[in-house]
Structure formats: C-alpha cells, structure tokens
Design a protein around this ligand. Structure first.
Ligand code: SF4
Ligand code: SF4
Length: 162
C-alpha cells in the first residue's frame, strides 16, 4: 500500500550529512521493510488504506506517472492540476478528487506485487535517507506508535529521527 505526501525532505539535500556505513544501512533497510510489513493488518482492517485516498502521491518517474494516471488521462490531469510538477522535478498526483485507481475493494492495492507500483507506495510510511529515519505523521499507525519498536532499532544503528 501506499503514500501520499511527498517525503518531508529531499534525499539529495545537504542536511543528510555523512551516510551511515554500508552494513548498517542494509540492516536498517531490512528493519524498515519488516516495519512496513507489520502494518498489513492495521492498514486493511483499521485504517482502510487512508494513504491511497488522501493527500498527494509523489511520482518519481514517467513510468509511475503513466501507471497512476493511465497514459490516456495524463493531459487531462495536468490541465485540471491533478498532476503537478514539484520544485525538484518530480510529479504529484492529487488523490483528493478520487482514490487511486489501483485501489480495489476499498483497501487492496491491485498492483501490490508489480514492479510498476510507485516507489513511494512501497516505502510509505517509513523512509530512510542517508542519515535519517522519517515516519509519516499522516499515517495513523505511526501516530498510534505501531512502528516505535522498529524506529528505535533503526536509531540504535546511528540514524536520527527527522
Ligand atoms: S498504487 Fe497501490 S499502494 Fe499506491 S496509492 Fe495506488 S492503490 Fe495505493
Ligand atoms: S496505516 Fe498508514 S500505511 Fe497503512 S493504510 Fe493507513 S495510512 Fe497507509
């Protein structure tokens, strides 16, 4: 499932500082993935896929824009500002008018296992940059503390919470 608003910081921003060493980065990525997977029950039965219905989806490649918009609708979506370019050259897709077209039965992502699923959907609600761990405060599971144990483990590796 996934995302919605653009990540709070630009991964290329100088505030990232020195990267954590490679081994710790790998461990942190594994922990972050376990954290996301731990939410599947919460996402379906408690939250109801809020992040596929609310906010703006950050799209980082043309392929992602085509997947989320549908090639035939891109021009219309640019015109009505559903699709907008960000300052750093990415696109956002506004979900406020209607939920993502890949959302099925109100809670399931029909492209969950596809390599066409946007990166942001795979990462949400927990992001790792070179030095920071960032949990989206728009996700009710994060706000409810569901990921606290995982975030603590990642911080032990040297990451700072942003
Ligand atoms: S592609 Fe899937 S995970 Fe991403 S917003 Fe759409 S339904 Fe949600
Ligand atoms: S709990 Fe968070 S990650 Fe899960 S569906 Fe809701 S907003 Fe998305």
């Amino acid at each position: 499932m996934t995302i919605i608003n653009p990540p709070p910081i630009n991964p290329n921003s100088p505030i990232q500082g020195n990267p954590i060493d490679e081994n710790k980065t790998l461990i942190a990525k594994e922990i972050a993935q376990k954290a996301r997977e731990s939410l599947s029950n919460y996402c379906i039965n408690i939250c109801g896929a809020k992040c596929c219905k609310v906010g703006k989806l950050l799209l980082q490649t043309n392929q992602e824009v085509e997947t989320i918009s549908g090639v035939e609708h891109i021009g219309k979506f640019i015109e009505d500002k559903t699709l907008e370019r960000t300052q750093n050259g990415f696109m956002t897709y506004n979900l406020e008018k209607e939920p993502c077209r890949h959302l099925k039965e109100n809670v399931f992502c029909s492209i969950h296992k596809s390599d066409k699923k946007p990166i942001i959907c795979n990462d949400y609600p927990l992001f790792l940059t070179k030095k920071y761990v960032i949990a989206s405060q728009q996700c009710p599971a994060v706000v409810g503390g569901e990921l606290n144990t995982y975030i603590k483990e990642i911080k032990k590796l040297g990451y700072k919470e942003f």
